[in-house]
Design a protein around this ligand. Sequence first.
Ligand SMILES: [Zn+2]
Length: 172
Amino acid sequence: MAGKNEYIIPIKGLKEGKHRFEFDLKTGSINGIENEMDVKLDLEIDKKSTFYHFYFNLNGKIAVECDNCLNNYDEEIKAHHEIIVKHSTEEGSFDEGEIEVKFISLEKTQLDIAPEIYEYLLINLPLKKICKDGKCDPEVLKILNADQSEKKNNELDPRWDALKGLKEELNK
Ligand SMILES: [Zn+2]
């Protein structure tokens, strides 16, 4: 299992110009994400004299649980994100238009991009997760539906009302 140190970029040591880093994001390689995955991260850093421009390209698959039938299926990840990283006396992140600007301290010589990878993987998953092309497990759906209609029947069954009435009658 890969440690998170793998995602530390030695920014200070980079020469001005473009640099490329490639990462294979496998299952368990990002802290906090347990899903099975196979995602390629292609990171380009354009180092300018006063800032670094980070281009993240993510491409691959993450297994997620279907909200409908609870089976795991692969969700495709294809995403592009950019951030500007600048040295500053104050640290923090700000959105300037489209691109987030991240300020890091003047002394910082390296940058851990694991938090960015974590965020980008999660925000690119759909809120509603449903198996593609109606491939939900029919067996599970049958059970879930049967469960629901049974509940409904119990609620609507007039015999329950009759029993309730009888009970109230007896308690008088
Ligand atoms: Zn499903």
